[in-house]
Design a protein around this ligand. Structure first.
Ligand SMILES: [Zn+2]
Length: 310
């Protein structure tokens, strides 16, 4: 049975950073955002985290051979149709309340389970990490056969998240042709609420969920990583964390299939909180996001009023 650590949360909350650090630990294999594998890799042949095109990456070729007898046997249109049927945020209440799963949910989950199982075998890792983030996918995976699912719910201050979504970021895997999505602060505040609440619901359905705060994790990455690795069932030895230095991490190349541009970073990765929003997000927008997200921000232990507003 493949042990799967699913990194969830609303985008721009730091899941890629957490994944990159976890992926350095022995017994862990970081796969990136598997939710995008079907379109961006199997179909569009974008770049793997190792720098190769997906079709040229030996790791993913072996995973595809083992899981599907070759990626050419995967019906990407079928995966997309299933996703549209079952894996939308509006489906979460139904997914969370159902006592049994529909055939579509089980079939969609099986595509992921086959990837995880094959990746565990090819890598020899005890735990595979999927940083897909989407709460609806986590609810679907609850029904996957043959996987041991544990979920890390990464939360970050909604105002920092909102600021990040206003910025323009290029997607290097498309050689500068495409940019990452942008949201207005009002829109991202609503999405922040919905996605984070969905992980609370997942925990109440009996799935092991460990919530971490991005800001707290970066204040002490060593303690944070130790805690997550223990939660995943693979506690590290002290020397396994030697890649964590004072203020940065030394990363090797990985095989992340899709996600934030940080997945390409090799070598020095600064471990610094990005607090640019405190001065850069206009006061009116900061208050809007603070009001919309207030109940959950408080529940997660974030202060609502910022010192500079006083
Ligand atoms: Zn690769």
């Amino acid at each position: 049975m493949a042990e799967v650590l699913f990194l969830g949360g609303f985008g721009r909350s730091g899941t890629t950073l957490v994944e990159r650090l976890l992926g350095e630990l022995p017994g862990m294999c970081a796969l990136g955002e598997v939710v995008h594998l079907w379109q961006r890799d199997v179909r569009d042949d974008e770049r793997c985290g190792c720098g190769d095109r997906f079709s040229g990456c030996d790791f993913w070729r072996r995973v595809g051979d083992l899981a599907f007898n070759g990626w050419s046997n995967v019906d990407v249109d079928r995966v997309h149709a299933l996703r549209d049927t079952v894996e939308r945020t509006r489906h979460i209440p139904r997914l969370a309340s159902a006592a049994t799963a529909s055939d579509e949910v089980r079939e969609y989950a099986s595509y992921y389970a086959r990837v995880y199982t094959a990746a565990a075998e090819v890598s020899g890792a005890r735990v595979v990490i999927d940083s897909s983030k989407h709460s609806a996918l986590a609810h679907v995976l609850r029904w996957a056969d043959d996987i041991d699912l544990r979920v890390v719910h990464v939360v970050r201050d909604a105002r920092g998240v909102a600021y990040s979504w206003t910025k323009t970021v290029a997607r290097p895997e498309t050689d500068g042709l495409d940019q990452m999505t942008r949201y207005s602060p009002g829109r991202s505040a609503l999405l922040w609420n919905a996605h984070n609440a969905a992980f609370g619901l997942l925990a109440r359905r009996g799935v092991p969920v460990r919530r971490i705060r991005y800001e707290e994790f970066l204040a002490d990455p060593r303690a944070g990583l130790e805690g997550l690795a223990e939660f995943a069932g693979a506690p590290p030895r002290p020397e396994d964390l030697d890649f964590l230095r004072n203020g940065h991490a030394d990363l090797r190349a990985g095989h992340s299939a899709a996600g934030n541009p940080m997945r390409f970073t090799v070598g020095r990765l600064p471990l610094r909180r990005d607090d640019a929003w405190v001065s850069a997000l206009p006061l009116s927008q900061r208050r809007l996001v603070g009001a919309v997200c207030g109940p959950l921000l408080r529940a997660y232990g974030y202060p609502i009023s910022i010192a500079s507003e006083a």
